[in-house]
Design a protein around this ligand. Structure first.
Ligand SMILES: NC(=O)c1ccc[n+]([C@@H]2O[C@H](COP(=O)([O-])OP(=O)(O)OC[C@H]3O[C@@H](n4cnc5c(N)ncnc54)[C@H](OP(=O)(O)O)[C@@H]3O)[C@@H](O)[C@H]2O)c1
Length: 246
């Protein structure tokens, strides 16, 4: 039996466990996937040994602070500075970032014109992966943060004119996530029109208040489910490659 799992905190509602359990059953694999609550990341090597893990996903709050405990990083994980997927090969931990594949796939479904400028709401781990993808696409972007020291502009500085000049807006904050489904990032929604594209990384609910307000103004939208599914599939491909699983 090969053991996989998700490492994080407050994991009671996990897409990944359902996804991998169903996948392993359907493919009749001798593998399982557990939710592993970790109180302090410095215990990670004990957690790996105790659970006999061959691979695992990493979620909030450990995507960035797990890095010093890993033996190797892929170039993409290094460039982003965050890891959401780890494989154990010959006793060595290799960290990877499969959120990148999820972001690329989600943006790929939006009809984004050449030269579109973007606003990224939030400056945390997922924001860093979005920044990496936009840099690779050659897209110009600004980071909007509650704190002037963490982004390019604050929500107070985000004028209607700036929103009108940036046709891709990506929410990487948890604002609007269940149970706070009536909340939306503090931007002027009246500045949006049908030339805007909104991508919300939040996947629960499937249509967030942020996306609903955009759709009301004619904007094209993408929720977080596509990213969630794509990063899980990309994690499996990484484990298959690193662990030589057929
Ligand atoms: N769909 C997917 O597959 C997927 C994958 C990864 C993450 N996510 C979702 O993306 C969101 C962020 O995840 P993360 O790992 O990047 O979390 P994180 O590292 O905690 O970053 C979230 C950022 O959002 C901003 N923020 C936090 N609370 C806020 C509030 N009350 N109001 C306004 N801004 C706030 C902060 O930026 P500032 O301090 O700069 O304002 C913070 O750095 C979560 O909802 C997560 O579920 C989805």
């Amino acid at each position: 039996m090969i053991h996989f799992g998700l490492i994080g905190r407050s994991l009671s509602h996990s897409f990944s466990k359902n996804f991998f359990t169903a996948k392993f059953e359907a493919e009749q694999r001798a593998a399982d996937y557990s939710l592993i609550e970790v109180e302090n990341i410095h215990t990670i090597n004990n957690v790996i040994a105790l659970n006999s893990l061959s691979g695992f996903n990493v979620t909030i709050p450990y995507k960035e602070n797990i890095i010093p405990y890993l033996d190797e990083l892929t170039d993409e994980a290094k460039a982003v500075g965050a890891v959401n997927c780890v494989a154990l090969r010959d006793g060595k931990t290799i960290g990877h970032n499969t959120d990148i594949r999820g972001i690329e796939a989600s943006l790929g479904w939006l009809d984004i014109a050449e030269g579109t400028k973007a606003l990224i709401l939030g400056s945390g781990g997922a924001s860093k992966a979005v920044q990496y993808v936009l840099r690779n696409m050659g897209a110009d972007y600004k980071i909007v943060s509650r704190d002037a020291s963490r982004g390019d502009i604050t929500y107070e500085q985000l004028t209607t004119d700036i929103i009108k000049a940036h046709h891709l807006i990506i929410n990487t904050t948890p604002v609007g996530m269940s149970p706070n489904v009536d909340e939306a990032p503090a931007i002027d929604y009246s500045a949006l029109d049908e030339s805007h594209r909104l991508f919300d990384l939040v996947y629960n609910p499937t249509t967030t208040e942020f996306l609903r307000r955009g759709e009301e103004r004619g904007a094209q939208t993408m929720g977080g489910i596509m990213m969630l599914q794509t990063q899980a599939i990309a994690s499996w491909h990484f484990w298959q490659k690193e662990l030589d699983i057929k």
